[in-house]
Design a protein around this ligand. Sequence first.
Ligand SMILES: C[S@@+](CC[C@H](N)C(=O)[O-])C[C@H]1O[C@@H](n2cnc3c(N)ncnc32)[C@H](O)[C@@H]1O
Length: 255
Amino acid sequence: MTEQNKKVVSDYNGYDYKKIFWEDADRKYEDMADRLAIRRLLPRKMDTFVDIAGGYGRLAKEYLDRAKTATLFDYSQTELDQAKEEFGDRINTVQGDIYHTPFKDNQFSCLLMVRATHHFEDLPAVIKELNRILEPGGVAVIEVANKRTLPKMFRYWFKKSKVNPFDKKPSNLKNIDKDGFYNYHPAYVEDLFRKSGFEIADILSVSNFRSQTMKKVFKTKTLVSLEKKFQKPLASMRFAPSIYYKLVKKSTDNQ
Ligand SMILES: C[S@@+](CC[C@H](N)C(=O)[O-])C[C@H]1O[C@@H](n2cnc3c(N)ncnc32)[C@H](O)[C@@H]1O
């Protein structure tokens, strides 16, 4: 393994993420919860936009009409090919590793990164890179896998898990050499964003009702309408599995 790709912990090449994770599993509620948050947080009009670790472009319909140019960046060529098949010339696809992107300083006016933080061994390096490629005043919408969720608190209190959700250090839930799976404390990421040159402009609590029991009891439509009502009011609690941040890159004189 070279120094260049040492930190790639999750390779989706050859894996049909679209079919296996989204289409064959019951995740309509989670998909809609992501979309609701993105509709609220992404600017209505964007100039140069990039979806970081954007996979097969699951969320492309949420940004294609808002952006003058849209780029999909991912490590997996398998997924980028699927996106090209679906969206053709409407999307530019760029293959690469988040730790070494091919983009110029200040290249984008807006970026999105969803369901990717759990793969990153070195989140500070990733956030630094995202800050570099964004123009001053540019907007980054970033979803973070939260370690401080209610189920994780109960598992810890009832000694079902040794992972302390109140400890601010990132937790590594699986074997990192196989498929690292990191979760982050909100205080840790918020501190990291500020230290990396971002201001936090908005926060949403997302996938609040992600539970097999809730899905059995309620219809997807009901869960989605509850989700829509509660993403903003629950944000102050920071206990949902996904926390969405809208960040603005500070200009260098502000940092
Ligand atoms: C769970 S998927 C999320 C895809 C998309 N954002 C979504 O929400 O549907 C995680 C994505 O991160 C990509 N990825 C993982 N490590 C990466 C890295 N080091 N550089 C670029 N992309 C990476 C994977 O290829 C995969 O497409």
